[in-house]
Design a binder for this molecule. Sequence first.
Ligand code: C2O
Ligand code: CU
Ligand code: CU
Length: 474
Amino acid sequence: MPSNTLPPLSCLCLLLAAAALGCAEEPPSQPEGWDRAVALRPARDLDDRPEVVEVDLTAKVADVEIVPGTATPAWTYDGGIPGPLLRARAGDRVIVHFRNELAAPTTIHWHGVRLQAAMDGAPGHSQPETPPGGSFTYDFVVPDAGLFWYHPHVDSAVQSGNGLYGALLVDDPGEPADLGDELVLVLSDIDVREDGALGDPASGGNLGTVFGREGSHLLVNGRVNPVIEARAGLRQRWRVVNAAKSRYYQLALADHRFTRIGGDGGLMERPVEADMLLVAPGERADVLVAPRGAPGATLSVRWVPYDRGYGSTFARPEVEAFRIHLAEAPEAEDQPLPEIARSIQALDPAAARRVDLQLTQREGPGDLEMGINGVPSWEAEPLVAAVGDTEVWTVENTMAFDHPFHLHGFFFQVLGDDGLPVRPMEWKDTVNVPVDGATRFVVRYDNRPGMWMFHCHILDHAEAGMMGMLNVTQ
Ligand code: C2O
Ligand code: CU
Ligand code: CU
């Protein structure tokens, strides 16, 4: 019957209405060019194989604009602060042809990457320093997803403080889609005078060293107080690294909460909510936030002083780190958060060997010496462990300042008062050790023998001696 070959008229109407709705209701998106003010320059991949990222990277002095209208001769990777964004997928091979065009020797350390010791950039252990005019090829596999970063390991307070650092983002193709529109945020600071010249890296003498020198200008991806455009209500995923040589970053966004989903070594077991985001020097954070407000409003993401010890919050105002300008479009509807769960195997502290460290300082005539177990790095004997060992480290702080403690090459699990890994679990390579407190973690050495450094990531402290070596033997 002819009437059965055509759908009834009412059905057709519904179909047409649905099609029209489909066209009108595109999924909400960020405004065109929303991240232009902070977008990082991607490194150019010279190898067309998908599983190999091969780049050239040059350290050199280049003019950057920090104080408006003046040029600062900063120390840069490829001419900018921060250096280019390196991006790979877990399991990829990364090859970096590094050239040193600075007037000083340097190396590159790949903070957090579980690579071979020979590629770790530790001068005298991994490789000789790369002299001015010299070059070195780094060639390693990135086994883990997460946000990593690179910086020099020679005279690091000066070299990083002058602008040498960059991000290495390793994607996990298997992680949930739709976590949010991604921004990689390299937070740092730099000391620049009004005339544009770099500040004195030894300013304040011993007192400057013990406090840890903070720069005069906060930088977000190398920019002072940039403005990100956003669609209200639409979730963003911030991949944050604190690359400052001493400054702790504590960020607040009024009337908003952050959902932290990951840290140094990729995703956590499950997300945690927080009002403020604290990232100590060297640490990373992976957070979700949905900026909300009236269309056209500007939100202020503020740096809030964090009390890291004696006098560190005294008379210090909050500073605007960056702004979020909301587009004129109406607030986007809530998007359900995809399930974020990672299974992390707890390391067993029970069978572990113990390592006890104290973070110390030694007063005397001349320069202040900081150290570990009473001796500065240049007098210390390396710790010794073997491949396959599990150890519990207790790092005790004897000073009136916090210290962000970092171990090269291996991730660890921080232990709570009950001696078990803190929940939700996460893999870390840098952890804050509070004033007069102690931090304990459990670590297992997988099959990568060699000399590995550990140190305070307040780089003024590291260079003053708060650094040591771990020899993992085969
Ligand atoms: Cu970012 Cu030796 O470290
Ligand atoms: Cu490191
Ligand atoms: Cu320190």
